[in-house]
Design a protein around this ligand. Structure first.
Ligand code: PEP
Ligand code: MG
Length: 574
């Protein structure tokens, strides 16, 4: 029977093909010295290997140059690293003067650079460590005479299954040969996801145990929309896949022309479209066609590293985004660590129920220095653009008051230190815990704006873990209980003249967007890949009809009824 496995939907689209296991080369280098009298020969070997590595890169670069000049730049950058004169000098010296074996000299010299780059306060520079490692490993592989694992060697188009992909692997991806990507690590904002999206290759990332569960050559059906992979799909599943793929391709083509247009419903109701961001680096091209950033998930600065990002480093990242968006609003959310996002460097004690435990703001109150560093960086960056700040996992107004108190304290400190910082900035709350949703009338008096996190609100209202596929049938964003709460929040904030955005995945889903407009929401924030399609849906939507449909769904008895009704009612927009 077909097995269905879940991961993170990182690049939309569908694909069907055989699994191709890809394992990037990982060198194992031991400390060793050159035998007496062999130093010159070792340097020659190093030179020869360096030339071979350069040729490999040049071949890859030439192959890409015309088709994709942007990606070919990654390979030019790798050539520059490889040919760097200072690095080269250091390696030679280590071999000739310190009698290091050539591979050990390469490992040591690159290692020193990697550590330096990783310790940098500049985020962009820090992220270059992956490129340095990639070049180092290529050079070492050439030294050991191991041929490259060529992704283009596959005879037929394949689904690439890997633990992770290196920057040069993703740069070399061939759209003709790679039908889809499945990796064990990564998420929607990692390098692989960004490139996969730009190449329109469907990707499901973060699928634990993928290499073990998806055997070589096994037939895979990849669903990059839902983040699922079906192993050995049945005839029925294949047919369903073909139907979905055709629909998806037709819609993608048609939606693209809506991207540069303003988001307006058929009856003239304007809707603000924000972007959900999780990195300061590589802003997507869609950024030119949105009204700002509705959610900057800052916790990604903290993940996948062994230390905490300092104030200067955070300042650099936030400033970069604020500058890029100029006068448009950038809504920065303070760190949301805990739940499914753990930080190795914080050594957080295991919890029985992490989603109900010390997460986000709660964790920040336990460790105030964490939040203070972030708030200082935010306030300092705030002078560079149009900043709004919001707090995640607000349970009650005591949370908002306490967080605001800390914000004011940080502002006073910065002023005393004579550091430039933003004055009054709008301070809002994520509404994702049911208690604050119910209290929205009072929350609307104290918060400057609200942003509804439907991903969490749905899981908390329906008591259905958003990560657990076993309870997926309970996790229903269109459940009347969720819809009623959203309508209540929109009404309460509306009465105070304060904006409400929806930044959960529901806002980027065409059906979700239509229903939300019906519930009174006029600000939606979503991943870049959803912008064109949501604009298209809105252009076909009558806001008055949407209101009636949303009211009808709110009056229904079950989540299933409401969802079926809405899907049918809005079928022409999807
Ligand atoms: C949400 O909960 O809807 C949300 C936007 O936050 P996150 O998905 O980061 O928890
Ligand atoms: Mg959330």
């Amino acid at each position: 029977m077909a097995a269905i496995l879940s991961g993170i939907a990182a690049s939309p689209g569908y694909a069907l093909g055989p699994a191709f296991h890809y394992t990037p080369y990982q060198p194992a280098v031991c400390q060793s010295l050159v035998p007496p009298g062999q130093a010159e020969a070792s340097v020659d070997h190093y030179d020869m290997s360096r030339r071979a590595a350069r040729e490999e890169l040049e071949l890859l670069r030439l192959r890409l140059e015309k088709a994709d000049p942007e990606r070919s730049k990654i390979l030019s950058a790798h050539q520059s690293i490889l040919m760097d004169a200072v690095l080269d000098e250091e390696i030679r010296e280590k071999i000739l003067s310190d009698c290091y074996a050539a591979d050990w000299a390469v490992w040591q010299s690159f290692g020193a650079y990697i550590r330096r780059v990783e310790g940098s306060s500049d985020l962009l520079l820090r992220e270059r460590a992956a490129d340095l490692r990639d070049v180092r490993d290529r050079l070492l592989r050439c030294m050991y005479g191991i041929p490259p694992q060529d992704l283009t060697l596959a005879e037929e188009p394949v689904v690439l299954v890997a633990h992770d992909l290196l920057p040069s692997d993703t740069a070399a991806l061939d759209r003709e040969k790679v039908l889809a990507i499945v990796t064990e690590t990564g998420g929607p904002t990692c390098h692989s996801a960004i490139i996969a999206r730009s190449l329109h290759i469907p990707a499901v990332l973060g699928m634990e145990g993928a290499l073990e569960l998806l055997p070589r050559g096994g037939s895979l059906l990849v669903d990059g929309v839902e983040g699922q992979v079906i192993l050995d799909p049945s005839q029925e599943q294949r047919e369903e896949y073909r139907r979905r793929q055709q629909l998806f391709m037709g819609k993608t083509r048609e939606s693209a022309r809506f991207l540069p247009l303003p988001a307006v419903t058929a009856d003239g109701q304007g809707v603000q479209i924000g972007l959900n961001l999780a990195t300061a680096r590589q802003l997507p091209p869609e950024q030119a066609y949105v009204d700002g950033v509705g959610l900057f998930r800052t916790e990604f600065l903290y993940l996948e590293r062994d230390d905490l990002p300092g104030e200067e480093e955070q300042l650099a990242a936030y400033t970069q985004v604020l500058r890029a968006f100029g006068s448009r609003t950038v809504t920065l959310r303070t760190m949301d660590i805990g739940g499914d996002k753990q930080l190795p460097c914080l050594d957080l004690p295991p919890e029985e129920n992490p989603f109900l435990g010390s997460r986000a703001l709660r964790l920040c109150f336990e460790r105030p220095q964490l939040l203070k560093t972030q708030l200082r960086a935010c306030l300092r960056a705030g002078v560079e653009g149009n900043l709004r700040l919001m707090f995640p996992m607000v349970t009650g107004l005591e949370d908002l008051r306490r967080a605001k108190g800390m914000l004011n304290q940080c502002r006073l400190e910065l002023e005393r230190e004579g550091l430039p910082c933003a004055g009054e900035i709008p301070v809002g709350i994520m509404v994702e815990v049911p208690s604050i949703a119910v209290m929205a009338d009072l929350a609307a008096r104290e918060a400057d704006f609200a942003s509804i996190g439907t991903n969490d609100l749905t899981q908390y209202v329906l008591a259905a873990d958003r990560m657990n596929p076993a309870v997926r049938q309970y996790y229903r964003p269109f459940h009347p209980a969720v819809l009623r709460l959203i309508a209540h929040i929109a009404r309460c904030f509306g009465e105070q003249g304060k904006p409400v955005c929806v930044c959960g995945e529901m806002g980027g889903d065409p059906l979700g967007a239509a229903v939300l407009v019906g519930l009174g929401i006029r600000h939606l924030s979503m991943n870049a890949a959803s912008v064109a399609q949501v604009k298209r849906t809105l252009s076909l939507l009558d806001a008055g009809e949407a209101r009636q449909a949303a009211e009808a769904a709110c009056a229904m008895a079950t989540g299933e009824e409401a969802e079926l009704y809405l899907r049918k009612r809005f079928a022409n927009l999807l």
